[in-house]
Design a binder for this molecule. Sequence first.
Ligand SMILES: *Cc1c(COP(=O)(O)O)cnc(C)c1O
Length: 391
Amino acid sequence: MKEIGNHFQLELEEIKAQGLYRSLYSFQVNNGKHLTFNGKAYLNFSSNNYLDLADDERLKQGAIQAIQEWGAGGKASRLIHGSTSLHELLESTIAKFKQTEAALLFNSGYHANVGVLSQLAAEGDVYFTDELNHASIIDGLRLSKAKKVIYPHLDLNSLEAQLKKERAENAKGKLIIVTESVFSMDGDVAPLLDLLSLAEKYDTWIYLDEAHAVGVFGKTGQGLVEACGISTERLQRVIQMGTFGKAFGSFGAFIAGSKNLIEWLVNRVRTFIYTTSLPPAVLGASLVALRMMPAEHVRRDRLWHNLRTLEKLLQTQWNNTFKIVSPIVPIRLNHLEKTLRASEFLKSAGFWLTAIRYPTVASGTERLRLTVMSSHTDEELARLVSTLGEC
Ligand SMILES: *Cc1c(COP(=O)(O)O)cnc(C)c1O
């Protein structure tokens, strides 16, 4: 047994030799767009806190009030004795926001995807999954006995060919298309209306992960579903997943859909059944964020203003057709060392951007992942772009 330490040391050395070693680091200040690391101040361009709500006074007060009323802990799983009227209120508010019959909370987006996708389809069914879907989706699919068809990123021709084939061979089975609204490392957006047309043509469901779209897309921040103007009728075949940890500035996740779906999830999904319920502080903050969301169009508008501004700056700088369609802006360098060096250069200039590499993205597609917040100013964006130019 004394070999154990040695085993991990050897593997760590291998990870380092490949340039893939990662380690944790912590900020002394992490407040809105401001970061302090080892005594130096940085402007944050790596956060999913797009609307700058995580440090908002109203969310903090929501968390404090919930703690005072309900305590600090979740106390048990929901089915044992962990459900409170605060859970129920948050869920009914989510359903109203998403215009669905019902909603169910999950402890995180990871829990929701792994738990729901592992149960939703079984042997004899088929999942169609975009090759760039999030790790939590991949893990959920791995736990399911359904067949998995991985289609090239956003390639609907290829998807349709596969749908046609599977439908012909499997007239009765469930077919489910799984996609993100906004892809977390590429920032591009799924063609939801076209996907929905395919789903109708081949009679499939869609599992839609709106993690990076809720709060950002749509007039009231409902997500891509709202931005695409999809009717309630057509949404019957869509299972909507969203998270509170990104634009909502809180934590946790939800599935929104029909009453029957939600009841079924309560009875079947292990990541819901066998885990302690979300603590009151989280519920309180999420509830405040959710109630604010329709009215937070000022921040949403400001975020989209920033995205248009950044797009123009990048086009001028690089004289190209650079397009920005979400708050996630990948600057692809497609080279490991170059990406790490660029990230260091930007840090020396006071900008915090993360280098994204394997296994988060395929090797050879390394990139800087730049994320924009509603609180960034035009001047800050201009400085960032000119620094990017220097590097
Ligand atoms: C962040 C993310 C998740 C996981 O959500 P958490 O609440 O952070 O666990 C799931 N899917 C996608 C697309 C994400 O970007």
